[in-house]
Design a protein around this ligand. Structure first.
Ligand code: COA
Length: 320
């Protein structure tokens, strides 16, 4: 038996306001047809007054704890992935801790943009395996609407806000829980997807900038490779996979990656049509949707994967 981090519960949260492609077409020169054809996106949720990365993260965490039947004060570790924290500091993880009424735990943010959840999962599961925590909250939460250039049609149509969370619990098991994680980063590609501000450079928050086509090309290759790597490390193959839960950036990236791996498209969880790209929130958000609608069942083999700014990318094989 091996001490492993098992997913005890999942949760998610979305801002109240849902924005359609037609509404976007009133702001920038675009159309529902263009957005659906090139990306598969139909809707995204946009945070309103009082909704922040921390409030969304806390709501997702509460739902995940309820699903797990675990009280907030049993949580020993919160790792929150975000590129859009409420403030530069303190960490959004500590804000979620306070919102949940947790008296004392380890809490910090990680930042790997759209791969953030995979990085956070890796840190939390390593700490659980090492015995540093028995119960961990791993959260991906974002409000990208607040760093978008709403006049740039090449980026503002692609992103949305939201949060997803999983509760990880230590369990002695042969084959349940997080089985492997594979992570990468290559900073040579910083200039293809970035924010043009920051505390140490401009002193402003900045706006998201992206060379979409180049990101697309790297994404398919990197995602297919890392997914295979995570399976290899777990001693599994593509044929063992029940569900791929990918980062939801673009339907065409999801389809091209599945094709490259020889994975049937019906094994890929797709929520990009409803949520657009919610960066670090997208993997746990898609996971929670598929758990709650009954697609993902206990015992299923999942592969989670994501790629984002940096570039950073990663995948994890998980027996749910
Ligand atoms: N509405 C209408 N037209 C648009 C548009 C929009 N929202 N955005 C761009 N266009 C135009 C372009 O200006 C271009 O016009 P031109 O041919 O007259 O110059 C044309 O559409 C084609 O643009 P292009 O960039 O070649 O389109 P594309 O097929 O590559 O699709 C993306 C663009 C951004 C959807 C696509 O490249 C993509 O999804 N990339 C990956 C981005 C991503 O996932 N990033 C996050 C990773 S974490």
């Amino acid at each position: 038996m091996t001490r492993r981090a098992v997913i005890a519960g999942t949760g998610s949260a979305l801002p109240k306001r849902r924005m359609s492609n037609a509404e976007l077409a009133e702001r920038v020169d675009t159309s529902d047809e263009w957005i659906v054809e090139r990306t598969g996106i139909r809707f995204r949720h946009i945070a309103g007054e009082g909704e922040t990365t921390a409030t969304l993260g806390a709501d997702a965490a509460r739902t995940a704890l309820d699903a797990a039947g675990i009280a907030p004060n049993a949580v020993g570790l919160i790792v929150l992935a975000t590129a859009t924290p409420d403030q530069t500091f303190p960490s959004t993880a500590t804000k979620v801790q306070t919102a949940l009424g947790i008296d004392d735990c380890v809490a910090f943010d990680v930042q790997a943009v759209c791969s953030g959840f995979l990085y956070a999962l890796s840190v939390a599961e390593s700490m659980i395996r090492a015995g540093s925590a028995d119960v961990a909250l791993v959260i991906g939460a974002e409000t990208f609407s607040r760093i978008l250039d709403w006049e740039d049609r090449t980026t503002c149509v692609l992103f949305g806000d939201g949060a997803g969370a999983v509760v990880l619990k230590a369990e002695d098991s042969e084959d349940r829980g997080v089985l492997s994680v594979s992570l990468h980063a290559d900073g040579r590609h910083n200039s293809l997807l970035y924010v043009d501000g920051g505390p140490s450079t401009t002193g402003t928050v900045g706006k998201l900038r992206m060379k979409g086509q180049e990101v697309f090309r790297h994404a398919v290759v990197n995602l297919a490779t890392v997914l295979g790597e995570a399976l290899d490390r777990a001693g599994l193959s593509v044929a063992d996979v029940d569900w791929v839960v990918p980062h939801q950036a673009n339907r065409r990236i999801l389809e091209a990656t599945a094709r490259k791996l020889g994975l049937p498209p019906e094994k890929v969880v797709v929520t990009v049509d409803l949520h657009a790209n919610t960066s670090a929130a997208s993997v746990p958000l898609a996971l929670d949707v598929a758990v709650r609608d009954g697609r993902i069942r206990r015992g299923d083999l999942l592969v989670l994967e994501a790629m984002g700014g940096g570039f950073t990318w990663g995948a994890a094989a998980v027996r749910y």
